[in-house]
Design a protein around this ligand. Sequence first.
Ligand SMILES: Nc1ncnc2c1ncn2[C@@H]1O[C@H](COP(=O)(O)OP(=O)(O)OP(=O)(O)O)[C@@H](O)[C@H]1O
Length: 601
Amino acid sequence: MANFPLPTPHDVARARERFLSAGEEAEGAVRETILASWRRSRFWGVEVDRLEPPHQPDVDSDGPLMRAARPVLERLEREIADMPLSVILTDAHALVLHRRTGERSLNAHLDAVSLAPGFSYAEQFVGTNGIGTALEERKAAHVFGHEHFSERLQLLSCAGAPIRNLLTGRIEGVIDITCWRDDASPLMRVLVQEAARDIERRLLEQSSKRERILLQEFLARCRRTKKPVLCMGDNLIITNSSAAHLLDPNDHVILRETVAELLASRYRTDVQVNLSRGQTAKLRFHRVPGPTGTAGAVVEIDIMPRTSSFRTETEPPDTWLPGLVGRSPAWTGVCQKVSAHCRTRTSLLLIGEPGVGKFALVQAAHRQFFPASCLSVFDAAACKADAPEEWLREVEAWLTGTDSTVVLRHLDRLDPTAMRRLGNVLGREGKHRPWIVGTFTTDASAGLASAGADGLLCHFSATVTVPPSRHRIADVWDLVPALLERHTRGREVGCAPEALRILLRCQWPGNVAQLDRALQFALSRRSAGGRIQPQDLPPECHVVSRRVLTPWESLERDAIVTALIEAGGNREKAAMSLGISRATIYRKINTYGIVLDAPQK
Ligand SMILES: Nc1ncnc2c1ncn2[C@@H]1O[C@H](COP(=O)(O)OP(=O)(O)OP(=O)(O)O)[C@@H](O)[C@H]1O
């Protein structure tokens, strides 16, 4: 508490005027927390005369925070009924989830300044205010009248208190009371702090048995290791201090998605991911069972020895198949298995996401072990759904009449009847015995294993799952030069270290095929030669999220990335060129996980 007289509203108004017009910072004329917040608001580029907080239509009005807060809000609302006060609850990003106001004119004014459900009152969008400033300061804040940065908020006073998850210490939201400037009282701050504590207690009670189990498992693992450890449940991510030190916000996005994917799939192994600062991390994944189903996962993170931008060449492992590159254990393991099945002509179903290299593996193994015989490829995409006989007849003729290799590609495209009939065909023994390989493409968003493949498994003697690129990201080191070489015969085109870093950070939902397309795109922009630079890469390389976008969202994301690159990374210029507000571009950059590393030329 300050032990000198608090500045009068008149002093504050004058200090604000001088700060805004001349950048003067009159010591003592305004509280230090407010001055710090004004500086931040200026740094964010918040416009004093324009108030345009970003809007998100889908607010989570029945999430854990809202459920815990509901009785507390109802009690407060009863207490303030008919008073010129508004009670507001936001999430941890200052997005308003709930507002209840005791007086009509105040209600209308709050609508006019968009302090309403679905709008974000984060400091970076609206400047100093009780909600955003409490989140920035991570403690209760009150902002009276002229202390607000924005002109449009001068008539209001507000007090906000952060609500913490007492298990994790993470801030879950803010409870705020807002009133007219002249009705303000320091008691508002006391009131919101009490309400925040009540909500925190209820959140703790509500936190399910699952979270407690998960937390115990996390603590037990942390006691056994000094390595970075991360724990993830439905609404919970906890890290130990070495993980907190290691990971930045972009890594959190990557890890959250990877762990969610592992939780959703039957895939149970260690995976590799590339962190945004360039290290490769091996994730040791431990599923934690809950009272019903899975409670979540505890993940130990091993940082692999750092390789420089130019990795040292080592001898290719004997598992390498001709024309294929990659030396991650996950990939060489797959090469080994396919080679073994090829040598013994064991019929094989290869399962994996689009573009992971299933067909390339069969081609390479065939070339390695049966170089003199032919490879026959039947693509199920060519099998007519209403008349599959023709395709099946042709397949059968080859299966029973040749000892070459027969590849049945894209078996996922067959409908159940055609699959059953193909099963019968595969069951009939022919005079010759070719090596039969089926490929089954799974949906990237459905995880590694797919229920659709189950019906086919019994018709093949073995199955091999080809892991997606994001789980063997170190292979990108070898893939980039190999794929470039394919498209630039005779032309010397390399990849600058900064561009390679971006390629290593990408999640590649379309796998090697997508990496190949990205390199072809970059080459088309480098027709004059020279090394590929970050700005040559396609827009999807500049994002860290792997959320599946609608076609419209992809177009929007690409337009924003392109505008940002053209504006040299300047968000304001990019927003202007797109004809959208600065607040909107900030929100979209967050939503799409757009990351532009260095200032772009
Ligand atoms: N390890 C690798 N080394 C070199 N090229 C690779 C490797 N893996 C994949 N490729 C290349 O990536 C592209 C996609 O591979 P491929 O067609 O085999 O994928 P797929 O898994 O069969 O895809 P889909 O299921 O979508 O048909 C091809 O150009 C292939 O040559």
